[in-house]
Design a protein. Structure first.
Length: 49
């Protein structure tokens, strides 16, 4: 994985890093979480894009 994170605002380094990790963790969780509506289906974007 190549991850690029841009700091758009902020001064306090601690808060910037904390917010970055939290946002990344939340987005990663959403990306790998199993969709209960499609438990028995193979994940695919075929026909969607």
């Amino acid at each position: 994985m190549t991850l690029h994170i841009r700091q758009l605002d902020g001064i306090n380094s601690h808060h910037i890093i904390e917010a970055t990790f939290k946002a990344f963790a939340r987005s990663l969780r959403m990306a790998v979480e199993i969709d209960p509506r499609r438990i028995h289906a193979i994940p695919s974007s075929k026909g969607v894009l």
